[in-house]
Design a protein. Structure first.
Length: 133
């Protein structure tokens, strides 16, 4: 088949053919795994169905580690009676010890800003509430 080719070329072709066979085997294996995964995901399902993994273990044996490591000789856990929390403190209780400082800031009425306008309205409403004209 490879008549007339030098020996290194024939050896190189054989190496490439063996690589091709390995890759084809890997492609076939991965395709089979993909089909099995798609069947498991999208196929008919039931809780009674057991899936056998590639290493021979069944799927339900993966998740029973707790039963495998459970020690039947261990005593039952001890439960402690719950306590009740004390009520939260109110804002008044928290603020009664804080010092209160009143700061009065005079804003000129002819300032033209929104703050001075609000201050003027506040002063007028305070005068009308107190009955001062």
């Amino acid at each position: 088949m490879f008549e007339g080719l030098p020996a290194p070329a024939i050896e190189y072709i054989n190496v490439l053919e063996s690589k091709l066979e390995k890759q084809q085997a890997q492609i076939d294996r991965l395709t089979e795994l993909l089909l099995l995964a798609q069947k498991a995901r999208f196929g008919a399902s039931s809780e009674q169905v057991k899936y056998v993994l590639s290493d021979g273990f069944e799927q339900d044996t993966l998740f029973n580690e707790a039963e495998a490591y459970a020690n039947d000789d261990e005593p039952e856990p001890v439960y402690v009676e719950q306590h009740t929390r004390k009520p939260k403190r109110t804002k008044e209780e928290l603020a009664k010890e804080l010092p209160v400082v009143e700061v009065i800031i005079d804003i000129p009425e002819d300032d033209g800003s929104a703050i001075s306008a609000k201050a003027t309205i506040w002063k007028q409403s305070a005068k009308s509430l107190c009955g001062v004209s």
